[in-house]
Write a protein that binds this ligand. Sequence first.
Ligand SMILES: Cc1cc2nc3c(=O)[nH]c(=O)nc-3n(C[C@H](O)[C@H](O)[C@H](O)COP(=O)(O)OP(=O)(O)OC[C@H]3O[C@@H](n4cnc5c(N)ncnc54)[C@H](O)[C@@H]3O)c2cc1C
Length: 322
Amino acid sequence: MTKPLSELTTIRVGGTPASLTEVFTRDAVIEETQRIWASGEEWFVLGGGSNVVIADDISTLQVIRVANKGIEKTGHGAIRVQAGENWDDLVRYTVEHHLGGLESLSGIPGTVGAAPVQNIGAYGAELADTFVRCEFLDYLTGEVEIIEKADCGFAYRDSIFKRGKVGVITWVELQLLADLPAGSGELLKRRRDEVLDLRASKGMVLAEHDLDTHSCGSFFTNPIVTSTFARTLPEEAPRWDVDEDGDRVKLSAAWLIEHAGISKGLALGASKAAISSKHALAITNRGGATAAQIGELARFIQERVAATFGINLVPEPNFIGF
Ligand SMILES: Cc1cc2nc3c(=O)[nH]c(=O)nc-3n(C[C@H](O)[C@H](O)[C@H](O)COP(=O)(O)OP(=O)(O)OC[C@H]3O[C@@H](n4cnc5c(N)ncnc54)[C@H](O)[C@@H]3O)c2cc1C
């Protein structure tokens, strides 16, 4: 089976691969992936398609779409979640079952198996806060292994899975807060609703009718620079200390973009790729944009920010087939 990946990615770009294999159980994830690896062809693992920009021509690529679902209790507040489970369905489940820890990560699109890849995070929380271990099929060894949190190299929007540990995550185990005091269920629900409302106001919750959500979310990570460099920026540029001694500070990529003279809604010429009308950090597809147009706008933003502030913005999504 195959079809254009623009139908399976939230930014709605991506050509038709040589093959598209959807896998619905943990064993099928392993068997089908090993079969494709044995073929020696180029391959790629797709989850919910919310953090990838896939090229217009990927005609030689074999794509494995991870779709195994299931949430299983493994201990007190401990759960094992299959990689193809929808992330936000998992958050809803934990809130409904009065398990604390994921509520601030409500509304992030995509699958559970992709969450460790960039250590998803929002509003002061990140996956690493509750992650315990995952099962991983390693491309180098062909073996299945269990990887503990300490070995995942989690950092801001980063992990070993983004830095060369190639393979497929089949399930993830999390430790959540159980035995919360009476009334906490309502607090978890309120926090979830608050986060969903805030995210929706920025176009950060997927909605078919809202073109501002046809994106990969934030297109660039917030740059981390030395405090010495940060002092060269205008005083009003937002910044947050990253370490206790204040040597490294995190800047706001959205602020840098807007203050490099790039406004919300900007598109280059007749291109259908445009900056979101709600958030300067999201590149959106206004209908029929190509991957090349998305890439062109991303480069334009990078060049403007580099020329204005001397900072190279690093894209957050994964570019495939470019
Ligand atoms: C509107 C919007 C808002 C967003 N908001 C946030 C946010 O607040 N915080 C945040 O951190 N991210 C955010 N994102 C980015 C995205 O939702 C996350 O990165 C998410 O974890 C991607 O999941 P996915 O299943 O869609 O991954 P995909 O886009 O399908 O894949 C992303 C990467 O993970 C790899 N991958 C996928 N599944 C597996 C697997 N099982 N094993 C190994 N590798 C795998 C892929 O090969 C690819 O390299 C947002 C995106 C959108 C569109």
